[in-house]
Design a protein around this ligand. Sequence first.
Ligand code: MG
Length: 373
Amino acid sequence: MSIKRIEVYTVDLPYLQPFTISLGTSTSSTDVVVKVFDDEGRVGWGEASPARRIIGESEHTIVAAMYTLAPAVIGEDPMDVERIEEKMDKAILGNNSAKFALETAVFDLKGKILGVKVRDLLGGYRDRVETDFTIGIKSPEEMAKEALRIIERGFRIIKLKVGTGVEEDVARVRAVRDAVGKDIRLRIDANQGWTVKEAMRALTEMDRYDLELAEQPVRWDDLEGMAVLTSMSPIPIMADESVHTPEDALRVVEMGAADYINIKLTKAGGLLKAKRIAAISEAAGIPNMIGCMMEGGVSITAGVHFAAATRNLVTTDLDSDISLREDFVEGGAGYENGYRIVPDGPGLGNLKVREEKLKLKAVFEEGGKVQAL
Ligand code: MG
């Protein structure tokens, strides 16, 4: 059994509405989609949603990285996912989003060959996870209105993007808490928007609105600041941008720089590395969340399999595909009253990629054959 052919595509994914975080506003994503074939014509799918401002990869760098990664993967046995991971890591440093896309496709293919779900390959723990729904930065009134619409759709956990200024951020949280009442779980994400002093002021004032956690209050590389806030803040601190890889997680643990760690498959470089972050976190007594970039149905479904297979995950933020005007996938991880559900079927499960939406960028075959478009 071996991997014979890899096709690389891009797909444009416009959002239902502009999405603003403290780092900027986006109206659409261009994701990279990969299709891996074995020698019997079976296929696996993977996807990477580039987060230029957070990870430093774009759709162009991800496609370019495939010229180095695909030749390292072709000819390998799809059963040997960890060996394939090693080959990719030895081929090129970093490029985690590209590695995630390829590794997901290999896991999907392996699950289909064996007739088991990716969830089962990764451990197996539960079949559904409750997700939050994220509201981008807007005026306090608009965020409160949107929160009410989200609750009507069945979500009971809301994440508010903040990080533009302490007073207006406190006003956003107050407006949403007043609108939704006390039974809805609220959390915030400042996306590095505050200084340590601003964060202390904001979190102290926000504590009266019953927030369960605050994501990445300060810059990703300010682990000292994260450590100060973790020891002083009345609201638990979650590291997101500060932790991409298992090595980052270890450093955050050593420095006491978070109460929670947000794992994202796109940052980590795939499911195996995400599992290692969960292992490091679990050993340190730090619970995990799984989050997402503006991902479509293939990536989100991979995230749901990971969440369903990882006991140290205590909360989930897998909602981006719900905010797309139109996904490129039918089926995959469904949602029902705020829960994401592992789909039936082997590999990533029953999902259909709408290939007519994809633009072919490159084809890699055995013997070093490359077709660039
Ligand atoms: Mg975040």
